[in-house]
Ligand binder design. Structure first.
Ligand SMILES: NC(=O)c1ccc[n+]([C@@H]2O[C@H](COP(=O)([O-])OP(=O)(O)OC[C@H]3O[C@@H](n4cnc5c(N)ncnc54)[C@H](O)[C@@H]3O)[C@@H](O)[C@H]2O)c1
Length: 313
C-alpha cells in the first residue's frame, strides 16, 4: 500500500448487483479513486484479487458471493490492504474472528456493509433509544421479509450462501438491534428455522443481559403481499420508536416515535442512504484511519448467527 495518494485508490472485487452500486457511490462521491475492478464475469475487468494487489490499490471493496468473503478479506489484510466487505463478513464466527484478528495484526481498517445503520430513520431511532426518552427498552420486534427472494444461483449453494434468509436478511436485524441498543450482550437464543436445505423462514428470540427480549423474523418468498417488509420497533417504558419501510419498498423508510396510541414521524423519504457506509469507510481511509476495535461488533453478530443456526449449517 502506498501513502502518496491524496485520494485512496480502491480496487473493487466483484461488481455484480451490489458491487456495482457501491462502485457508483464511490465514483459519485469523489472521496476515493476507482483504480481497478476484478470480476471474472465482467468484460474488460481484471480476473482476480492478485490482479488488484498488482494494481497497487490502497483498499479493497469486496462484493463477491458470501462464501468467498472471509478468505478474500484475509488475503487482502495479509497484504496490508484495508477491506470494506459486503455482509456477511464470514460464514461463521470463528472465520469472522480470523478476519478481525488479521485486521488488528495488520493495523488496517476493516468495514462491513451493514447499510441500514446509515439510514436516517435508523439514526433517529438509535438517538431516541440513546437519549433515554423511551425509558427502559424492554422489548423489540424486528422483521425482514424479501418476498422476491434471491435471484442468483449461488444463493442456493450452501458453500457460497452460507445459509438462507438468516444469513442474508436476519444478519441485518441482529446488527440493527444490537447497534441500536448500544451493543448489549446476548444471553440466550432460541430459533425455529423453516425450509431445507437453506431456511426460507426464521423466527428467533434473543434475550439480552439487560433482560430485553428481541423477536426477529425473516424470510424469502413469503406471501407478504409486497416486495419487502422491513421493520424494527423498540418498546420502552416511556415510549417506542420504529423504523419501517414504506409501500413495500427496499429503499424508502420512515422513523416514528410511538406514544400510547399516538405516532409522530421522525424521518422519512427521500434519503439517499445506500452508499453511505462505503463512502464513510473510504473517507476514513483517506483520513489515515487504521484498525478500529469497533470491528469486534462484526464478530459478535456472527456469534449470534451461529447460535441461531445452532450447528444446523
Ligand atoms: N449490504 C447489503 O444489504 C447487501 C445487499 C445485497 C447483497 N449483499 C451481499 O453482497 C454480496 C454480493 O451479492 P450480489 O447480489 O451483488 O451478487 P451478484 O451475484 O450479483 O454479484 C457477485 C459478483 O461477484 C463476482 N465474482 C464471483 N466470484 C468472484 C471472484 N472470485 N472474484 C471476483 N469476483 C467474483 C460475480 O461474477 C458477480 O459479478 C453477497 O455477499 C450479498 O450477501 C449485501
Amino acid at each position: 500500500m502506498t501513502s502518496t495518494h491524496t485520494r485512496p485508490r480502491l480496487g473493487f472485487l466483484g461488481v455484480g448487483w451490489i458491487g456495482r452500486q457501491r462502485l457508483d457511490a464511490i465514483w459519485q462521491s469523489s472521496v476515493a479513486e476507482v483504480a481497478a475492478i476484478a470480476d471474472p464475469a465482467v468484460d474488460d475487468a481484471l480476473e482476480s484479487l492478485d490482479d488488484l494487489f498488482a494494481a497497487d490499490v490502497d483498499g479493497i471493496v469486496i462484493a463477491t458471493p458470501s462464501g468467498l468473503h472471509a478468505e478474500q478479506a484475509l488475503a487482502a489484510l495479509d497484504h496490508g490492504v484495508p477491506v470494506f466487505c459486503q455482509k456477511p463478513l464470514a460464514l461463521n464466527a470463528p472465520d469472522a474472528r480470523r478476519v478481525v484478528d488479521a485486521a488488528r495484526a495488520a493495523d488496517r481498517l476493516v468495514g462491513v456493509d451493514f447499510c441500514y445503520r446509515q439510514t436516517e430513520a435508523a439514526q433517529r431511532v438509535k438517538e431516541a433509544v440513546a437519549s433515554g426518552s423511551l425509558g427502559d427498552v424492554f422489548a423489540a420486534d424486528l422483521v425482514f421479509h424479501n418476498a422476491y427472494g434471491p435471484d442468483k444461483p449461488w444463493f442456493s449453494d450452501p458453500a457460497l450462501a452460507g445459509g438462507g434468509c438468516v444469513a442474508d436478511l436476519g444478519i441485518h436485524l441482529v446488527d440493527l438491534a444490537l447497534w441500536t441498543l448500544g451493543l448489549p450482550q446476548v444471553r440466550t437464543v432460541t430459533a425455529r428455522l423453516h425450509g431445507e436445505p437453506l431456511e426460507d423462514y426464521a423466527a428467533v428470540q434473543l434475550e439480552l443481559e439487560t433482560g430485553t427480549v428481541l423477536r426477529l423474523t425473516c424470510s424469502w418468498w413469503l406471501h407478504a403481499g409486497r416486495d419487502c417488509v422491513l421493520e424494527a420497533t423498540f418498546y420502552g417504558t416511556h415510549g417506542g420508536a420504529s423504523i419501517r419501510n414504506v409501500n413495500g419498498s427496499f429503499v424508502d423508510f420512515v422513523a416514528e416515535r410511538l406514544d400510547g396510541t399516538n405516532t409522530e414521524m421522525l424521518a422519512g423519504p427521500p434519503d439517499d442512504w445506500s452508499g453511505r457506509a462505503v463512502i464513510e469507510w473510504a473517507q476514513r481511509l483517506a483520513d489515515g484511519a487504521r484498525f478500529d476495535p469497533a470491528a469486534e461488533e462484526y464478530v459478535e453478530v456472527h456469534r449470534v448467527l451461529d447460535l441461531i443456526y445452532g450447528g444446523a449449517r
